[in-house]
Write a protein that binds this ligand. Sequence first.
Ligand code: NDP
Ligand code: MG
Length: 381
Amino acid sequence: MKKITLLGATGSIGIQTLDVIRNHPDKFKLYAIAFGQNVEHALSIINEFNPKRIVVKNAATKQKLESLINQHHIYIGNEGMIDISVDPETDILVNAVMGSVGLEATLQAIRAKKQIAIANKETLVTAGHLIMSEAKKHKVDLLPVDSEHSAIFQCLNGERRADVSQIILTASGGSFRDKTRAELADVTITDALNHPNWSMGAKITVDSATMMNKGLEVIEAHWLFDVPYNQIDVVLHKESVIHSMVEFSDRSVMAQLGTPDMRVPIQYALTYPMRLDLPQTKKLNLIEIGKLHFSKMDFERFPCLRLAFEAGRVGGTMTTVLNAANEIAVDLFLQGKISFLEIETLIERALDQHKVLNNPELKTIIEVDKQTRKLVESYID
Ligand code: NDP
Ligand code: MG
């Protein structure tokens, strides 16, 4: 029986992780949860799974929850998330919070030698060098939950890194894949949140529409698999059936396929190196699908992907700025304060203004993250 600590329990990945736990009560037990502010949803999780420890985002949420349950130990914020992540009873940490708020808990859990299932890509984008060097030092497996990275991880099983010639990430194209740039000028929040293949949290759904999600995934792949940017490619593949591929030096290409269902990579990250059945997931039926489509990625149509490659190549604090500027810009869009195309404008402006610091320590990353958020907010004042 593995005890799981789940950061972001009330989110899209959190809910699907709970489904995996629910389906295998003999294998997994929910030990602790962290969530932001959705008390109502958290309450149903607490009633069903009875986690021993609970962390919420702030004091107001703690107060609200305390008035509804008889649990005296509800903790708050970053400190709380770190605490439950390194708790001696935690076997596996699932990091499924949205944004770079998951960074410190992940770092500390690595130092405490926990098995880590990482959905939270922002953590790797903002501080990949710190996470990976700590993981190496403490011999901790970082098991990817992101479907593309889970695919690559599976394709690399038993292979030598030196034999990898290319990592090929597939991209569905998001909600606006068939629109021209001119047509993007007045798209609405509702349009952006309508993803054709996946049902996900609001931020990542917008990231998919701007293609920043793929940009963040390029940086995530760079860190997780230790491959240089010139060996990472992105192709449009609208069906989301091939989750990603690896090409080897002998031109052999390995791919991982499946119905788009996040429970598959989530469960694999929890059971690795074993597998368990997942009868709820629809079997892949290639005959029914008939055709798979691939096309070249257009960097002019999707400038966020170009910005991510550029920031990744510069490295240092540039990816911290990319991530923080994107988090704020997407939030401003979701609040109706800026248009869809302004997302990329604000990010590019923040990147242009930044003087990169190489090999930053945690303290520097936290500071640059904070300053960038302020800066991007000031652009619309
Ligand atoms: P959601 O927005 O659905 O969920 C985010 C979760 O994080 C919620 O539980 C939210 O709590 C919690 N949260 C937000 N801020 C805080 C905070 N300050 N402290 C504690 N908890 C907080 O996001 P997703 O599940 O879609 O995505 C989560 C991560 O997984 C992201 O990094 C995303 O890129 C990645 N990912 C997601 C995929 C998907 O299919 N959804 C696929 C691949 C990767 P609350 O709502 O209660 O405020
Ligand atoms: Mg993905």
